[in-house]
Design a protein around this ligand. Structure first.
Ligand SMILES: *Cc1c(COP(=O)(O)O)cnc(C)c1O
Length: 383
């Protein structure tokens, strides 16, 4: 048995040791950390729904009625009215025939890619795709070919020289989770079509935020014919937990038969689905949340530009401030925290070497005053 301590010590020495902060209270702009209230700029609760009274109330009422655990997997006895209704509502919202719930985005990606592709197939992935998408290709046993970030010409070159035989699939984040930029989805779709490849889009950070809430595909005007497999998560803008795949009748029925991360796991609590149904209704009805969020994004970017800080080309609530070295990113994060502002430093291997950063995320629950305070504090810490 190998000794686990030396690698941990080495990791600590490189400043790459990962630890957890213990927070108290709901997901909100102000959170309680070690008994102190701090301003939170690192949740993915983009629309401020995680602690919305109507979402909470739906969860509590459903738990009182239906209990907590679903008791079994969907194909046994775990599939309840609430799950089924949420799937139908998600499908209708996205304009796709069917949607299938998964317990998490990680499981949806593994399940979908693993069910549809295998050893004889080739998966083309953006270098900055989420870890779960890269893992999904490996899990499927497919040949994985990566292409430089958002580089459609480089993808085309790889598609044109790839070995024949088997299926080919282009896989991309809709919005890149550490950079916030939107994938060139129309161009990716055109390229996939040209080479007879599938297109899988993981829109964890686009659903609820872009395209009137319908996500990055709607934002880019790409429909189901060109992007047949859409993965979305519920733990970000929808403020709850879980994920879904949306697509054709045949796609969803195939996943029900074959996706192992769907079949061999307990269904999520029905109350969670009831809460998500309310969140989805709020996504549809309360467009002001997206409008306010866009205002905050513009305000933060203007503030950062005024300070001469490097701006990314993100137009989404993910606004990375790339500082380069791990030491610089960690020091900035600590100095912000000392001033009551929580922004986590993101380090390799989550981001490329030399790309350590503060990953600032905004929420519709933030006020303009809170964003102004962030900008003022960034000035104190970095200028
Ligand atoms: C967060 C995220 C996931 C994982 O979703 P979970 O529901 O948290 O497991 C998958 N893909 C992307 C792009 C993500 O950002």
């Amino acid at each position: 048995m190998r000794d686990l301590a030396p690698p941990l010590a080495a990791r600590r020495a490189r400043g790459l040791y990962r630890g957890r902060r213990v927070l108290a209270g709901p997901t909100a702009p102000e959170v309680s950390l070690d008994g102190r209230v701090v301003l939170n700029f690192c949740s993915n609760d983009y629309l401020g729904l995680a602690n919305h009274p109507a979402v909470v109330e739906a969860f509590v009422a459903a738990a009182r009625r239906d209990g907590v655990g679903a008791g079994a997997a969907h194909l046994v006895t775990g599939h309840r009215f609430a799950h089924h209704a949420l799937e139908e509502e998600l499908a209708a919202f996205l304009g796709r025939p069917r949607a299938l719930l998964f317990s998490s985005g990680y499981m949806a990606n593994l399940g979908a890619v693993g069910a549809l592709f295998g050893r004889q197939d080739v998966v083309y992935e953006d270098r900055l795709n989420h870890a779960s998408l890269l893992d999904a290709a490996e899990y499927a046993g497919a040949k994985l070919i990566r292409y430089p970030h958002a580089d459609v010409a480089a993808l085309a070159e790889r598609l044109s020289t790839a070995p024949a035989g088997g299926e080919r699939v282009v896989v991309s984040d809709g919005v890149f989770s550490m950079d916030g930029d939107i994938a060139p989805l129309a161009e990716l779709a055109a390229m996939a079509k040209r080479y007879g490849a599938w297109l899988v889009v993981d829109d964890a950070h686009g659903i609820g935020v872009l395209g009137d809430g319908r996500g990055s595909l709607a934002h880019c005007g790409v429909g189901m014919e060109d992007a047949p497999i859409l993965v979305g998560t519920l733990g970000k803008a929808l403020g709850t937990m879980g994920a879904f795949v949306a697509g054709s009748e045949a796609l969803i029925e195939t996943l029900i038969q074959e996706a192992r991360t769907y079949i061999y796991t307990t269904a999520t609590p029905p109350a969670l689905a009831e809460a998500t149904r309310v969140a989805l209704r709020l996504v549809t009805e309360e467009g002001w949340r997206r409008a306010h969020l866009q205002g905050l994004i513009a305000r933060l970017r203007m503030g950062m530009q005024g300070l001469g800080l490097p701006l990314s080309n993100s137009t989404t609530p993910i606004q990375p401030l790339i500082l380069g070295t791990v030491a610089r990113a960690v020091a900035a994060s600590e100095m912000l925290l000392a001033r009551g502002i929580l922004v986590t430093a993101i380090r390799p291997p989550t981001v490329p070497e030399g790309g350590a950063r503060l990953r600032i995320t905004l929420s519709a629950a933030h006020t303009t005053e809170q964003v102004d305070r962030l900008v003022e504090t960034l000035a104190e810490v970095l200028i």
